[in-house]
Write a protein that binds this ligand. Structure first.
Ligand code: NAP
Length: 234
């Protein structure tokens, strides 16, 4: 993995959760937390970014496409000399990812897999034809990953889950903006994945995060938090 050359990307963490703080149902049934208007807002945020990152469990469980859906937004990106959708990035220790997953097959954008060193050869054998596999070091560390993305030209990174990945970005103080959507449902299953796992977060009673915006979008609410001095209000 390359060393830090430029400033790490502006990092925006976008997530939907239930009233009781869960990311999904904890069963194989996919839980839709957003509504159409919010999906469209997220699409616009995706279109504004250079790369979208999700954890390997999200790739396996949700099989997300992670492409810009709106043709107009895709055309606007193309007119700016960009790929229609941002680069896709995932991180794995075990390298047990299916090359036929939509993450790898949907869209023309570059796909990057940061893999812990012990399984890099397996990852390259399995995913080499569909992605660039990056040796992420003995354990993939998010500061190094962010700096490596910057060296690859990523200036604006969107982190889209799940909780394991959120926790690492937040506890490492790598997030400039948090966009948290609260959906009007309860999950009520402590086995389901939560927005974050245990950790030491930089924001606490002695250092409160800055709430920058509250926006109702139909039956969900968007909370935007400024988590660094780089926060870009729009
Ligand atoms: N509501 C939302 O907005 C939203 C968004 C996204 C996801 N989700 C939900 O979130 C759930 C998944 O969350 P999750 O916390 O279980 O998993 P996750 O964060 O999606 O992925 C965790 C996996 O990523 C890999 N990984 C993470 N950090 C790593 C590191 N430093 N080094 C190497 N590998 C690393 C590991 O993969 P390996 O196991 O391959 O080693 C790990 O098991 C899914 O059920 C999904 O539905 C919800």
């Amino acid at each position: 993995m390359a060393s830090a050359g430029r400033q790490r990307p502006y990092t925006l963490l976008s997530c939907g959760m239930s009233i009781d703080g869960y990311l999904s149902s904890g069963t194989t049934t996919r839980l839709l937390l957003s509504n159409d208007a919010d999906f469209d807002r997220v699409d616009a945020v995706r279109a504004s970014c250079d790369a979208i990152l999700v954890g390997a469990t999200t790739v396996r469980n949700d099989n997300p496409r992670l492409v810009v859906r709106s043709q107009q937004r895709r055309d606007e990106r193309t007119a700016r000399g960009l790929a229609p959708s941002p680069m896709k990035v995932t991180v794995t220790g075990r390298a047990e990812l299916d090359a036929r997953a939509d993450f790898f097959t949907a869209g023309e954008a570059e796909k990057l897999v940061y893999c812990a060193r012990p399984r890099v050869d397996d990852a390259r054998a399995r995913l080499g034809p569909v992605a660039t596999v990056v040796d992420g070091g003995h354990t993939v560390e998010m500061h190094r990953l962010s700096n490596d993305l910057a060296d690859r030209g990523v200036e604006r990174l969107m982190v889209e889950g799940g909780g394991t990945v959120h926790t690492q970005f937040l506890t490492a103080d790598l997030v400039d903006e948090l966009q948290l959507v609260v959906a009007p449902v309860f999950v009520g299953d402590s086995q389901a994945p939560r927005f974050v796992r245990d950790g030491h977060f930089p924001w606490n009673p002695a250092r409160r995060a800055t709430l920058a915006e509250v926006r109702q979008i139909g039956d969900v609410v968007l909370l935007r938090y400024a988590l660094s001095s780089r926060f870009e209000d729009d």
